[in-house]
Design a protein around this ligand. Structure first.
Ligand SMILES: [Zn+2]
Length: 464
């Protein structure tokens, strides 16, 4: 008999971590960092409820830090066994874990400078060295190819359509009776009919299912995001302004580039300089260009015609700080895509200082803006925001296009679940704020009548 321990993504969308135990095997699926509220972030520092040395392997659904960012902390605690993921996830993590370690080190430095830590000196959660050791443990496995993290378990990655390399993790084992059991971890469930990536793959059965519920109580807007983007760009160009798009470096930036290229080709927007101004986004774009084998049909067909789907006619990747600063000097209409997506740091800040005070310009939000971030403040109509200690006046147009989300909404989740040919023995609803998980549970109960459960932090469930 197997058991499952929930060490994160319970009542929250961050900190994804589950431990599957069968006989002598202990596998951690996802190894995410807690983010957001302080009460959650403190969990990154508290002792883990499993002995790191008892784990045989870690298996990752995808590269996002809320599913992987605790990995270097595991190394710090002595973990040195394999970490399985898809090949694109491995490539993405080579840049993302180093970036995460850098941020941890910067946080500690800042705390020491300001004297705001209880500890003296304040230490980072993990270091660049830890991240490098974590990267050395990554083992890339192709989709749909079974592998054995231990002799007692067989696992497979199936495309989840969420970001480059994202996967459902599927595990199988044999019970004492000889019967086979199957568990499916949804990770983050992507959406159908999105550019570049394939649609989420179909799953038709599972004995045990973990399903995410980020948008368990929301539906994406039905409007056409492409039309909206072209309207916003044309309005701004008519005012001779600049379009600034704060964007997540991995996934969202590439989808934007793809969409801008389409709009340009269709003559819906003029050919403008498009600056990709984020070192991480530039590296991630290179990886999207490398792993064309996992593109969807449309993107693949374009690729075969020799078209780079992630390039507009005048895309410029501004790698160096000097090149980034030169964008500030320009008064010509252009599009600037920069990170971080919620304006909590990164190069986007100097673009805001330069562009926010003029009514000619537009700031376009294409991703979720969490409470407490500059992005949320601007969205809420704040007339000033603080950047680098200075109050910056907001006179630019502020727009939001919500349909660029990479998460399935509740209808899309229900559609995906609707492909199951019979009810799982148990379905666990995870990775959502409480109201989202509760709503999704209600919807699944009503529509399918399955046995569902919303686990709490550190709960252990016997899979019998
Ligand atoms: Zn994700």
């Amino acid at each position: 008999m197997a058991s499952l321990r929930f060490l994160g993504a319970t009542g929250t969308v961050t900190g994804s971590k589950y431990v599957l135990t069968h006989k002598n095997s202990n596998i951690m699926v996802d190894c995410g960092l807690f983010q957001g509220l302080k009460e959650l972030r403190l969990r990154n520092w508290s002792p883990l409820k499993v002995n790191v040395n008892d784990l045989d392997a870690i298996v990752l659904t995808h590269a996002h830090i809320d599913h992987t960012g605790y990995l270097p902390r595991m190394i710090k605690q002595g973990y040195n066994k394999p970490v399985f993921c898809t090949e694109p996830t491995r490539d993405l993590l080579e840049i993302m874990l180093l970036d995460s370690a850098h941020l941890q080190e910067e946080d500690a430095k800042y705390a020491n400078k300001k004297g705001i830590s209880k500890h003296s000196p304040a230490m980072p959660l993990y270091s660049t060295e830890d991240a490098k050791k974590a990267i050395a443990l990554l083992k890339g496995i192709p989709y749909d190819t079974p592998f054995r993290p231990t002799s007692e378990l067989i696992m497979t990655f199936q495309d989840a359509g969420h970001i480059l390399g994202s996967a459902f993790v599927i595990g199988r084992w044999q019970e004492e009776s000889g019967e086979e059991r199957k568990i499916v971890f949804s990770g983050d469930l992507g959406r159908s009919k999105r550019p570049i990536l394939k649609d989420p793959s179909t799953v038709i059965n599972a004995d045990y299912l973990l399903v995410e519920s980020t948008y368990g109580n929301r539906l994406h807007e039905q409007g056409d995001p492409k039309e909206e983007l072209s309207r916003i760009i044309n309005d701004t160009i008519n005012r001779k302004g600049v379009v600034v798009i704060p964007s997540f470096a991995v996934g969202r930036t590439q989808e934007l580039l793809y969409t801008l290229r389409e709009l340009e080709n269709a003559g819906k927007i003029p050919v403008l300089p498009v600056y990709v101004d984020s070192p991480m986004a530039i590296k991630a774009t290179k990886l999207y260009s490398k792993h064309t084998d996992i593109y969807d049909k449309e993107a693949k067909a374009l690729k075969e015609q020799g078209i780079d789907v992630l390039l507009t006619r005048r895309t410029e990747f501004t790698e160096s700080v000097d090149a980034s600063k030169r964008i500030n000097a320009s008064d010509q209409p252009c599009i600037i895509i920069s990170a971080s997506g919620m304006m909590t740091g990164g190069r986007i800040l100097h673009h805001l200082m330069r562009r926010l005070p003029s009514p000619k310009n537009t700031i376009v939000f294409v991703g979720y803006q969490a409470e407490g971030t500059r992005g949320r403040a601007l969205q809420s109509g704040n007339e000033k925001i603080k950047i680098h200690g200075e109050q910056v006046r907001s006179a630019a147009a502020i727009e939001t296009i919500s349909d660029f989300s990479a998460h399935a909404d509740y209808n899309e989740i229900l559609n995906w679940l609707g492909k199951f040919e019979k009810a799982p023995r148990r379905t666990f609803i995870v990775h959502g704020e409480p109201e989202s998980s509760i709503n999704l549970k209600k919807l699944i109960d009503e529509k399918f009548g399955w046995i569902t459960h919303i686990p709490v932090y550190e709960e252990v469930v016997e899979l019998n």
